[in-house]
Design a protein around this ligand. Structure first.
Ligand code: ADE
Length: 240
């Protein structure tokens, strides 16, 4: 069965509650088995889930933009879904969101690509467009927010200024790179992010660890709630 929606998670513990909620089963990936990404699929619906996998050297989950780009390219090439549904944790702005709250993403900036050369500034910072409509937000039971992607858990003072300038509520380590990669094939990208920590407060790493279970439990509930509507929208486009 052709996959219509591929859910993409960076970390295995982000994926586990979704795998449980949807009843997904392990599946042999279509790509070179030496690559780190791992795959599950639904026994009867056109839904699959991919995780970035584990680092060969250290064994940790492959968070960050480089593995996200690799996974997205493999998904687009080998699974050809209509939509990639990004699902994971994010830092949040303490004045604009709450711990454990899930958001649908409308735009994704790159906050650590500072390139003050003629013409390169707009390429560097984005934003990448995302598929985040009010209809989808209500299907998932969440609000809409803007995200920015970089490769660090902490936040530099200049990055805080960037977030204020562009109305950024969420901060993560994959979404903008996934959107950029998928855009080459016209694959739609929908992103749901659940807040583990406040990026404008000290030691986000402690908050991340303390709040992770709550955040990914809420995330899985939102994915399960909105997936039928997302599948309907992909199915109607595929038939059109
Ligand atoms: N994912 C969860 N919390 C994050 C943070 N503070 N920065 C980047 N990615 C995150």
């Amino acid at each position: 069965m052709r996959t219509l929606v591929t859910i993409l998670c960076a970390m295995r513990p982000e994926a586990d509650p979704i795998i449980g909620a949807l009843g997904l089963e392990p599946h042999e990936p279509a790509w070179d088995p030496h690559l780190p990404m791992r795959c599950w699929r639904h026994p009867s619906q056109p839904v699959s889930l991919v995780i970035n996998g584990a680092d060969r050297r250290t064994g940790v989950d492959l968070i960050g933009t480089t593995p996200a780009t690799l996974a997205t390219h493999a998904i687009v090439q080998h699974m050809r879904p209509a939509t990639i549904l990004v699902a994971g944790a994010a830092g949040g702005h303490s004045g604009r969101t709450a711990i454990g709250r899930v958001h649908l993403v409308d735009r994704a900036f790159h906050h650590d690509r500072r390139i003050p050369l003629p013409g390169f500034e707009a390429y560097g910072m984005g934003p990448e467009p995302m598929h985040g409509t009010p209809d989808l937000a209500s299907a998932f039971g969440v609000g809409i927010a803007t995200i920015s992607t970089g490769n660090s858990l902490d936040t530099l003072p200049g990055e805080m200024d960037f977030f204020e300038r562009h109305g950024v509520t969420l901060k993560d380590m994959e979404t903008a790179s996934i959107a950029w990669t998928a855009a080459h094939s016209g694959t739609k990208v929908v992103a749901l992010r659940s807040v583990t920590d406040f990026f404008d407060q000290p030691t986000p790493e402690h908050q991340f660890l303390a709040n992770f279970d709550t955040a990914v439990t809420n995330l899985a509930a939102s994915v399960a709630r909105g997936l039928p509507a997302l599948l309907d929208s992909c199915g109607s486009h595929a038939r059109a």
